[in-house]
Design a protein around this ligand. Structure first.
Ligand code: ATP
Length: 472
């Protein structure tokens, strides 16, 4: 797609998301808060469904995984041990004229991308970024001036305080990632369960980062739902390279299979030596072709035994594992797949957007669609139709999330359900009541979102029909 078309797609998705109750700008009645959003009635469902699918696939659906739900506020030493307190920083620059603050690496990347060129900025020092900005005379994207402060680092962790009286308060951080909670709980998990290496721990929950650049809608936000796995193994018994490749396959299968994303919009990018953390042997990002370019969706890193060793050092507690067969003690290595659910959701909405003639619909995989079915009485002012439709709605609601609509005409109702990606619409009409003869009595019209085709289904089979088509 050319650039103009993709920009328009982004605008359309953002507008649809607001209009239909997927995503609203954060704190809007107070003028908004940059890089924060609210998930509306259908957005909350879609996000939750993606989370549930992730959990079902990677935690409940595997014999070698267990789940965890650790704290958002952890002991401050956790972030010293992990290196976040000192090293989790981005390079920032400020325009002296309009005071726009932005990340220096993003400023440079955007400048070169607009010219269809590229410039590697990963791992560059502040003075090197300054040099690139000065040499290429990169201007402020907001006011057009070329008058920057020098580049300086700032930490992404949000600070807060525990304790009620100022003298006894202590500084803590909101977690910048969920992964550290897994290392902190490692000993409790191995002590309390029967897990044996290799095994993984999955965790899903909010993480917080003080992001200052324009976030591209829900792609980059101050708080986000992170889904991370630490997969522990014994490097003497399990080769890391095939394991790494297997995780790549599993991640890709989730994106293409469960979320219905086309392979051609995905690519893997390996981090070079400058970009990769010093303790990581290999890091690769699964990237999606967002309208603003190929960007990281899901990271995969082989982190060796670095994190557990750091926590042993800082806590003084032995976090090694004893092989039950040999009695040998060692510190396990880990491979870490880490993703943001919000990014998955943005990708899924962009990917499923369809325009056909005057019809707009989201071709969401039925499993993750906010509602699986909508039920309508043909006419809202005919009590017999409304009552029958209500009965069907209430019965289906015992099994599926169901929408109800009796406003306007059927065409408008289809239009609204198409835009939120409801895979099936059920209409109760006079034939259902038996007014068209016995043949169609107690049957309803089921309309398929993707084809627009309609078929008559007996009410008694409706639950099975929908179940079969939604969870196929
Ligand atoms: P980026 O380079 O885009 O800032 P990152 O490399 O810092 O991301 P990681 O620390 O590897 O990201 O986090 C793992 C995953 O968490 C990312 O792949 C992304 O899906 C998600 N993520 C990270 N930061 C944010 C954010 N601010 N908003 C939404 N999702 C995020």
């Amino acid at each position: 797609m050319d650039e103009k078309k993709t920009d328009i797609l982004m605008e359309k998705i953002v507008a649809l998301a607001k209009r239909r109750g997927f995503v609203f700008p954060g704190s809007e009645i107070y003028g908004g808060l940059a890089n924060s959003y609210e998930y509306g009635p259908v957005g909350a469902e879609l996000k939750r469904n993606i989370q549930n699918e992730w959990w079902r696939t990677f935690v409940q659906g595997r014999g070698d995984m267990v789940g965890l739900d650790s704290s958002i506020i952890l002991h401050p030493k956790v972030w010293e041990a992990s290196g976040h307190a000192s090293g989790f920083s981005d390079a920032m620059i400020e325009c002296k004229k309009c005071h726009t603050r932005t990340r220096a690496d993003h400023l440079i990347e955007n400048h070169f991308e607009e010219r269809n060129e590229s410039m590697g900025v990963e791992g560059k020092k502040e003075f090197e970024l300054d040099e690139i900005i000065q040499t290429n005379k990169i201007k402020c994207p907001v006011c057009g001036s070329f008058d920057w402060t020098p580049v300086r680092k700032f930490n992404l962790l949000f600070e807060t305080h525990v304790g009620i009286v100022p003298e006894s308060q202590s500084k803590v951080y909101l977690r910048g990632e969920t992964a550290q909670g897994i290392f902190v709980a490692f000993k409790n998990i191995t002590d309390s369960t029967r897990v044996k290496l290799p095994f993984g721990v999955g965790q899903l929950g909010k993480s917080f980062r003080n992001e200052i650049t324009k976030g591209n809608w829900i792609f980059r936000t101050l708080e986000f739902e992170q889904a991370e796995i630490e997969y522990f193994f014994n490097p003497e018994l399990t080769e890391w390279k095939p394991l790494f490749e297997k995780w790549k396959e599993d991640m890709e299968a989730f994106v293409t299979g469960t979320l219905g994303v086309s392979k051609e919009n995905l690519r893997w990018r390996e981090h070079g030596d400058e970009e990769r953390s010093f303790y990581s042997k290999r890091t690769e990002d699964l990237e999606y072709r967002f309208p603003f370019g190929f960007k990281e969706l899901w990271g995969l890193a082989y982190r060796t035994d670095y994190d557990l060793n750091q926590h042993m050092k800082f806590s003084g507690i032995d976090l090694s594992y004893t092989d039950p067969a040999t009695g040998k003690k060692f510190v396990p290595h880990v491979i870490e797949p880490a993703v943001g659910i919000n990014r998955l959701m943005a990708m899924t909405m962009l990917e499923s957007y369809r325009e056909e003639n005057d019809r707009v619909y989201l071709k969401l995989p039925p499993r993750i669609a906010p509602y699986k079915v909508a039920v309508f009485p043909l006419l809202a002012n005919k009590p017999a139709l409304v009552e029958k439709a209500r009965d069907i709605h209430d019965e289906l609601q015992k099994r599926f999330p169901v929408a109800w609509d009796d406003r306007g005409n059927i065409g408008k109702r289809y239009y609204a359900q198409d835009e939120i990606g409801t895979p099936f619409c059920v209409t109760v009409d006079f034939d259902t009541l038996g007014e068209g003869g016995n043949e169609k009595k107690d049957t309803v019209t089921v309309r398929d979102r993707d084809t627009g085709e309609q078929e008559r289904v007996p009410i008694t089979n409706l639950g099975e029909y929908l179940h079969g088509n939604v969870y196929r």
